[in-house]
Design a protein around this ligand. Structure first.
Ligand SMILES: *Cc1c(COP(=O)(O)O)cnc(C)c1O
Length: 407
């Protein structure tokens, strides 16, 4: 194909209406919420319905909506209630919103290495950094690809350590017939603009554990004992509530979640078929029997085969096809950010790093071989539920032609 004569195809984007499912259903619920005059979720009906239906959808007892994915994770961490200096094992390839709240809860993020193919933590990498101070394990299902939860839960249960699943990128993904977010003790989701479903900003936590659920309900509500006989503010907590206009959008979006994920998965499987056998690129490799819910579709690019590796391929896709991908995703492990390197937290105190075991703050590159290798090769393609065969063919042709040119 002669690319010089090709007209560029604009792909649907999750940043505007071309790639979002927002429509009349959301408008109707929002109008109803506004007409009701009740915009707080403590009195309104939409957020409550969203919480109930979301939890039910996952087969969970409790669901509490909140103001962001960051708030959801903070709420989960607060439910664990660490002592200052306690350790939360997590990954350095994630959104900062999963890490900062650990510090706000006076605990220390301890980074486990990842599998270089999936970029997920594994039981093996987690076990290496477990210590007597480990208070929780946070598992991120990156890009929608389920981590190996069976192995991680076996390890965690044997050590009696609770597990929090960060499912911000993994709505309706499944590990061995179990929905992601229902396997650990707490599941956390984000409704930010670019996630599978969206309210612009928003989040929700789910759990079957009565103790954690109670603490999360309270944490979102300034720890005020709504409904109790003698309510009080029981402990230090924030107002992380979702408002009922957002709840109205969330409830409408929830009805669209399953078809959206179905489209994303179907299209991803098609693209994987079309890219089969191309030397130098590896398509996503979820575990056999798992369902990857494709927040993003990622390629692992072999720089020994393809000139310039992930960066080279991204440049080619951008310049000749108008396809904007993200080579190396967040580009550097989170622990290379200033917040960790300079311990910028509360004034000049460096708290809670001051409470940490020195080993918990070891960010030596040699401990993160999988992390660096994974980031070096990853190319994150834009992905969307609104793709058609035309978009998929365009993507596949662009990748094929670019790889041929760079090989
Ligand atoms: C988006 C995201 C978050 C944070 O969610 P916000 O709603 O942006 O606060 C946390 N973890 C992961 C893995 C995410 O993708």
């Amino acid at each position: 194909m002669n690319t010089a004569q090709k007209t560029l195809l604009k792909l649907p984007s999750d940043q505007d209406s071309s790639g979002r499912t927002l429509g009349d259903e959301e408008i109707k619920f929002v109008a109803d919420a506004i007409k009701s005059g009740t915009l707080t979720s403590t009195k309104g009906t939409f957020t409550k319905q969203f919480e109930q239906q979301f939890a039910q959808h996952l087969g969970m007892q409790h669901g509490y909506a909140c103001s962001s994915g960051t708030a959801a994770l903070h709420t989960a961490y607060a439910a664990i209630d660490p002592e200052p200096g306690d350790e939360f094992i997590t990954t350095s390839i994630t959104d900062m919103g999963a890490l900062t709240p650990i510090l706000y809860q006076s605990a220390i993020p301890v980074f486990a290495d990842v599998d270089p193919k999936s970029l997920n933590v594994t039981a093996e990498t987690i076990e290496k950094v477990i210590s007597p101070r480990t208070k929780a394990i946070v598992v991120t299902h990156l890009f929608g690809c389920p981590a190996n939860m069976n192995e991680i839960m076996d390890l965690a249960r044997s050590k009696n350590i609770p597990v929090i699943e960060d499912c911000a990128q993994a709505f309706l993904a499944e590990h061995q017939n179990k929905k992601i977010g229902t396997i650990g003790d707490i599941g956390c989701f984000s409704l930010q603009q670019g996630k599978h479903i969206t309210t612009g900003e928003g989040g929700i936590v789910v759990s079957n554990d009565e103790h954690y659920a109670r603490r999360m309900f309270l944490y979102i509500n300034k720890a005020w004992g709504y409904g109790d006989q003698n309510p009080d503010h029981y402990f230090a907590a924030l107002n992380y509530r979702m408002n009922d206009i957002t709840g109205a959008v969330a409830l409408a979006q929830l009805q669209k979640l399953e078809p959206s994920v179905r489209n994303r998965v179907k299209h991803a499987n098609r693209l994987t078929k079309m890219l089969k056998g191309i030397a130098g690129i590896q398509t996503p490799t979820p575990l056999t029997g798992d369902i990857h819910s494709y927040w993003k579709y990622c390629l692992n690019v072999d720089s020994n085969v393809i000139n310039g590796g992930a960066d080279g391929l991204a440049k080619e896709l951008r310049e000749h096809y108008g396809i904007f991908s993200a080579p190396r995703y967040i580009r550097k492990p989170a622990f290379e950010c200033e917040i960790f390197q300079k311990r910028r937290t509360f004034g000049n105190s460096q708290f809670p790093f001051t409470e940490a075991r020195p080993e918990a703050l070891n960010y030596d590159a040699e401990n993160f071989a999988g992390t660096y290798a994974g980031l070096a090769g990853i190319l994150v393609l834009p992905w969307n539920e609104a793709y058609t065969d035309e978009h998929l063919n365009y993507l596949a042709d662009a990748i094929q032609e670019s790889v041929a040119k760079l090989s």
